[in-house]
Design a protein. Sequence first.
Length: 248
Amino acid sequence: MRADLQQNRTDLACALRWAARLNLHEGVDNHFSLAVPDDDGVMRGNRFLINPYGWHWSEITASSLVLCDSGGSVLEGENDVEDTAFFIHSRIHMGAPHATCVLHTHMPYATSITLLEEGRLEMMEQNALLFDGRIAYDDDYEGLALSADEGDRLARKIGNNSILFMASHGIVVAGPTVADAFNDLYYLERASMFQVMAKSQGGKLRTIPKRVREATHQQVLAEAPKIADRHFTALRRVLDRVEPDYRH
């Protein structure tokens, strides 16, 4: 159990470091979390690792991450958890059982889509097709997430989906592992970037036939886990070479 928890810490620290390197962060705000089993080994979603309040993502280490419970108590760590981080992540972990890893960012291109009325990621490009049928949209901005009610509302909005676009705010990515969630985060921003760039050209956008979308969806189901594993393994290798302190 302790070895697994240490690996979880290392993976989450790696994801945070890389999010900073890729400019997917915003100051010392936004949050990544990972649900971990209780002491009896059962995953209930009521204990999770999360980045500490006030730390820049580029300085996060495995040991700086906070282990807390759904009541807000810090179980391990000397740092605090920011209030909106607690309410968003604790309620999504409990309300959406598939959301073992929850990544919330204001990454530029995806967030820009949330600023449009009926802003949607359009299924017109290969990266976007990774998310076909996996996205939920919250079109009602309700201010800062400073209550359990708001966290519960976001959990209901994401439902069984992997992605939540939050109106006038940002995005949430949920996945079964850090590798899966971070891979989705990366390609979601790439897909959003290509869409914004394409629309800026003012031309007519391409469409992809339904039969091709359906066939690609089946391909993605088979390929995505392998892509995520290869991608995150490479990210670990790079950090092990250039920023090995993230493991400490």
